[in-house]
Write a protein that binds this ligand. Structure first.
Ligand code: GLC
Length: 451
């Protein structure tokens, strides 16, 4: 843990330069992260204690010929979604219907039975609203974006909750079974859970449906995680590890814990409902970046380094990653967008220097997130292909990647810093809605296996 030295109060310059130092990740730090990552991947694949769970997904990527109509569920963020997806068998996927349902806080933190009842009720609404007949069997793909232990494509046991979920009675249970029970209870017995997949697996599957070089899927959203394509013979913990072929592995990289923490990371971690877990996620993803920046701003205000004139206060939960995004997107000469935002929350008459400080703090936090992300990407790609001899398409989904100013560019620039020209082999692409469409592709791949 990095603790700052004694500082003169009232001195934003020295505060910021110390802050920069504690968040800095040099090329050497990145190389260390990559080495540690490889170490943890190896341990995770052989079933040893590791911060990387390396969970086999019991599916490989798509070939593009998969077809059929599927219902898809997406659970893993603040919204729950139901979709109807049509795969035409020529690499094209079409969303026929899509509805979003906000998960009430009481449900997220209530019981598993209530959570799955809520899911079944939402599906019922979806079916009625979109006039979907229930006479024939409906194949359903379920994107369940939490760490789960699978032993085949249609079952999965929740290992632990992440991203603030705490619903009781689900850890250790098969989520497909919980869903099937809830569906039957709500007279939706014709719906059969054909596939269960993590959102990263869905993202890879969806991209590979149209691009056969895709061998990695990533989410940079509320949480962060990645999956990639592994040789079955390398998955030593699998009974079938003597088999030929490939299988997707959900790394659950959000839990990687070999990156030095600042005092802000420690404070943030201790206040979550899963302290000690998801350490890398807590440095990168949308659920946490705003809170890291808020902790820094609060300290600056206390030290009279910022907004010393007024009574500014950022309370827990008030400063979100969306606000950082807005602040960092202000490229106007006088930073007036920032001024407007501050006025909106009751901090008026700010100076240009103060607005600049705010922007700089956000920049320090988001830059570290992007550099860690690049190191993690590099670790997985070089695990698959140590000398970067082949092209790798990486499918990426999530608001942070899509919307956060400069995040994408910083990830790409850091990969270039690590790999020089060879970084051209790493093709970062945006994958829209892997967690919606992707699980339909996964269900279709599974159906092809069964044939
Ligand atoms: C969290 C979950 C993981 C998911 C990621 C992105 O890290 O544990 O399963 O893929 O968020 O949604």
């Amino acid at each position: 843990m990095h603790r700052g030295k004694k500082r003169t109060p009232n001195d934003p310059c020295s505060f910021l330069s110390e802050l920069e130092k504690s968040f800095e990740l040099t090329r050497e730090h990145l190389e260390e992260i990559i080495l540690e990552f490889h170490h943890e991947m190896k341990r995770g694949l052989s079933g040893k204690e590791s911060s990387l769970k390396m969970l086999p997904a019991f599916i490989d990527r798509a070939c593009g010929k998969e077809e059929g109509k599927f219902m898809a569920l997406d659970l893993g963020g603040t919204n729950f979604r139901v979709l109807q997806v049509d795969l035409s068998g020529d690499g094209k996927a079409r969303k026929e219907h899509e509805e979003k349902y906000v998960i009430p806080k009481a449900i997220m933190h209530g019981t598993g039975v209530k959570l799955f009842d809520f899911i079944a009720q939402s599906i019922k609404q979806f079916i009625i609203y979109n006039n979907i007949g229930l006479e024939n069997k409906i194949n359903l793909g379920f994107t369940f974006s939490f760490p789960m232990k699978q032993s085949n494509i249609s079952t999965g046991i929740l290992i632990n909750w992440t991203k603030g979920f705490t619903a009781k009675g689900v850890i250790g249970a098969d989520v497909a079974k919980l869903l099937t029970t809830a569906l039957k209870k709500h007279r939706l017995g014709n719906i059969e859970v054909a596939a269960l997949a993590n959102d990263t697996v869905g993202t890879l599957a969806a991209k590979s449906y149209e691009d056969h070089d895709c061998d990695m899927g990533i989410i940079f959203g509320t949480g962060t995680n990645a999956c990639y394509r592994e040789k079955i013979s390398n998955i030593k913990k699998l009974k079938s590890s003597s088999e030929k072929g490939y299988m997707l592995i959900n790394t659950e990289w959000g839990n990687f814990n070999k990156i030095r923490m600042t005092k802000y990371d420690v404070i943030l971690d201790e206040a979550t409902n899963n302290p000690g877990e998801q350490r890398m996620e807590k440095m990168i993803s949308g659920m946490y970046l705003g809170e890291i920046a808020r902790l820094i701003l609060e300290e600056m205000i206390e030290d009279k380094c910022l907004f010393a004139k007024g009574k500014a206060k950022f309370s827990k939960g008030d400063f979100k990653t969306e606000h950082m995004s807005l602040i960092e997107s202000d490229d106007s000469d006088k930073l007036l967008k920032i001024a407007e935002y501050l006025e909106g929350i009751g901090i008026s008459d700010t100076s240009f220097e103060e607005r600049e400080i705010l922007k700089r703090v956000c920049g320090i936090v988001s830059k570290r997130a992007a550099r860690i992300s690049a190191a993690a990407i590099s670790a997985i790609v070089t695990w698959m292909d140590p000398h970067l001899e082949h092209k790798h398409t990486i499918a990426i989904d999530g608001m942070l990647y899509e919307k956060y100013p400069h995040f994408r560019q910083l990830v790409a620039a850091t990969l270039k810093e690590i790999h020089k020209d060879a970084s051209e082999k790493i093709n970062l692409t945006r994958a829209k809605d892997g967690s919606g469409i992707g699980v339909a592709v996964v269900a279709a791949v599974a159906a092809l296996y069964r044939q």
